[in-house]
Design a protein around this ligand. Sequence first.
Ligand code: 4FV
Length: 222
Amino acid sequence: MRIDFVTLFPEMFEPVLGASILGRAREKGLFEWACVNPRDFSEDKHRKVDDRPFGGGPGMVMMAEPLAKAVESVGKGPRVIFLSPQGERFDDRKAAELAREERLVLVCGHYEGVDERVMSVFDEELSIGDYVLTGGELAAMVVADAVVRRIPGVLKKDEAAESESFASGLLDFPQYTRPRVWRGREVPEQLFSGDHKKIAEWRRKAARAATRRKRPDLLSRA
Ligand code: 4FV
């Protein structure tokens, strides 16, 4: 899979996407990415990419031309997704859907937003949550992380297991590791029974209990 990020802050991406599982996915040739900066498409001698809002009001607005040119420079074909609080809520189902794509373009807004007329250049809008970020970059990286880890071969077998949650409609069961007693608190003895059926049964019950307690909405959905 290839992802092109349209962003005014390309320096933000390598530290995050170059590390851990996504870094490894790139090394394994399962994932590649690049950044396209609208500033490189500004015809303005000062490489201007934002301007004051018509009708007044605080802040600045991203100009349509440099942004449209940057998106179009990636070429026809890829699905173009604009990250914004007005978008459809991003979730596990959407991650699975996007993981089937060959190419994605993730467009990162900044300032108060973008000139509304450039929305026609985007195929869809996605939001990672009902709050306002300073830019779409973090949201784009969240989407990239959740999508790339769904690409076959990116996660090792044992890593893959943990990404089942949500797909099963339930939250994950609680995990424990050494020491067996920590600050006087024991690990549930069922996990030492060696009886895998009993352990799986205990985990299923624990996952349902956790979901009922923390995310009852998921249960109604499940
Ligand atoms: C956002 C979100 C988000 C809004 C103004 C960028 C910022 C600035 N993107 N999910 N929540 N974007 O807050 O995706 O342009």
